[in-house]
Design a protein around this ligand. Structure first.
Ligand code: SIN
Length: 517
């Protein structure tokens, strides 16, 4: 029996595990992946918000409100603007030992879209990898933490429906842990904990084109929805304006916004700036505006991509030195960005919505918490300000640890004893070809009908097509033995349906939800 069970090993999951175990809690940290490193955090390039020169919490707050619009939860944004940068220093830098770029002993700052000052700390173009590896090392050192890989959570154990004691159904809902599919041994385990925390990250893989790794299937959000927790702001999916365009591939490698922060400009094939006319900040305007301008331009001209002109960046840096990862990735694909512009196109990047929580991560269900990208505190409103995601993940983990370290309300052994085992049908495994076909189909539907520019007609069609996919998948799920991909498909459908419903319901274009009749 664990004090806390954490699902997900990005910045929020790892930080929380570390902070709880440090105070003596027994923690179980679960990932469905072979390696605990695999997470959205690992792939984050640009950086994390800190405090620049002539910066202040009120200036940061102003930028967050401007990017996210009227939907930002102001009190949350105010609190994060104040304590977030402080935690970057005290926790990530001093305690965990994250190494951000420095020059002459001073931190270097970069800029990204919609920031009014330079305030972003970075480690070349692999800031996320640096944070992930440092945190994971610290987590691995602590004997109070069991790291379980290859374990795919299926559902939360909820007293009201998984208990054999009929009296439980009349009580308030509580989560006692998870049913999880052991991918290697192909069996389902029950993992009990007094508190369960969802830190499963984003949903980018629901879209055909994304900057996210294939693990971003919204698992925690889907499980929370099925358990009855509220999910907010699901229509707000942020599309990153600059990902590498390759003519014969769906792969979309992120070209960090910090490249534009250092002078990169979005141009057409003639070299003309195509964003300047749309917004006074030009290529560094908020992401929703830049992505939509590119999308509009491509639709009108029928050109396959636009370009990132690096002439200004090259005047100040060697590209290879400042952006080594991006340089290598492009070179491997035949594009030498020291000498030619980068072909780019937008792709799905970040979920501004999520499981409704307060800043401590408390959900509407007792003993169930959510932190990081899968949670929605309202910080991002309708459009997230760049480099605030790692900041939110780290801040929520810290505040959640204060809450959970303060008091652990134990579940009685009698209540746990009455929890049913998981039922697995005896049939064969679901046909992988059908599952992969459905995943591909779903990702196309989401890209085409719930993408950068939506319409009510497209969303209506999406809802219908998703209902069909939902019914066939539920049938698979009931009749076949489990597999990781089947569970992921089911989760992807659950979250996609919620995005389709909430997008259809919101008739007003705002931030990254843009809808035409
Ligand atoms: C980037 O490097 O462009 C991503 C940063 C972010 O999403 O905040």
């Amino acid at each position: 029996m664990y004090s806390t069970l954490i699902i997900g090993t990005g910045i929020s999951g790892l930080s929380l595990a570390y902070l709880l175990a440090k105070k003596g809690q027994r923690v179980c940290l679960i990932t469905k992946e072979e390696s605990a490193k695999k997470s959205n955090t690992f792939y984050a390039q640009g950086g994390i918000v800190f405090k620049g020169e002539k910066d202040s919490p009120s200036l940061l707050l102003k930028d967050i409100l401007k990017a996210g619009g009227e939907l930002v939860n102001k009190s949350i944004a105010k609190k994060i603007s104040k304590i977030g940068p402080h935690l970057v220093e005290e926790f990530l830098i001093k305690e965990i030992g994250v190494r951000f770029n420095k020059e002459n002993g001073k931190f270097c700052f970069t800029k990204e879209g919609a920031h009014s000052v330079q305030r972003i700390l970075f480690r070349k173009d692999y800031t996320g990898r640096e944070i992930e590896e440092r945190l994971l090392n610290r987590v691995k050192e602590n004997k109070n933490i069991d790291i379980r890989t290859n374990l795919m959570t299926i559902e939360f154990i909820v007293n009201t429906y998984h208990s054999k004691d009929p009296q439980e159904r009349y009580k308030a809902k509580e989560v006692f842990g998870v049913y999880a599919f052991n991918i290697k041994e192909k069996k389902v385990e029950k993992i009990f904990a007094h508190n369960t925390v969802i830190a499963t990250g984003g949903i980018g893989y629901l879209y055909k084109h994304t900057t996210n790794p294939d693990c971003a299937t919204g698992d925690g959000i889907a499980m929370a929805l099925r358990a009855g927790a509220g999910v907010l702001n699901a229509e707000f999916i942020q599309f990153h304006p600059t990902t590498l365009y390759l003519p014969h591939s769906n792969e979309r490698f992120l070209i960090s916004e910090s490249v534009r922060g250092e002078g990169g400009i979005i141009v057409n094939k003639k070299g003309e700036d195509i964003i300047k006319k749309q917004h006074p900040l030009g290529s560094l305007a908020p992401r929703d505006i830049v992505s939509r301008s590119i999308f509009d331009y491509l639709t009108k001209t029928k050109e396959p991509c636009v370009y990132l002109d690096l002439s200004e960046v090259k005047k100040r840096y060697s590209i290879k030195d400042r952006f080594p990862q991006i340089y290598e990735k492009c070179l491997e694909r035949g594009i030498d960005i020291e000498h030619q512009p980068v072909p780019i196109i937008p792709a799905a990047h970040y979920f501004c919505g999520g499981i409704k929580t307060n800043l401590n991560g408390e959900t509407e269900i007792k003993r169930l918490y959510a932190i990081g990208e899968c949670a929605c505190t309202g910080l991002h409103g309708a459009n997230r300000l760049a480099s605030t995601s790692l900041l939110e993940g780290c801040t929520m983990a810290y505040l959640c640890s204060l809450k959970l370290n303060n008091s652990v309300q134990k579940i009685s052994p009698k209540r746990l004893k009455s929890i049913s085992d998981w039922y697995q049908p005896d049939g064969s495994s679901a046909d992988p070809l059908l599952i992969e076909g459905d995943i591909e189909n779903l990702r196309n539907l989401m890209w085409n009908y719930a993408g950068i520019i939506r319409s009510r007609k497209r969303l209506k069609r999406l809802t219908k097509d998703l209902s069909y996919l939902f019914n066939t998948t539920e049938e698979f799920y009931r009749e076949n033995r489990l597999s990781k991909r089947l569970i992921e498909l089911r989760n992807m459908i659950t979250v996609s349906r919620e995005i389709a419903i909430q997008s259809f319901r919101n008739k007003k274009s705002i931030g990254c939800h843009y809808i035409t009749e």
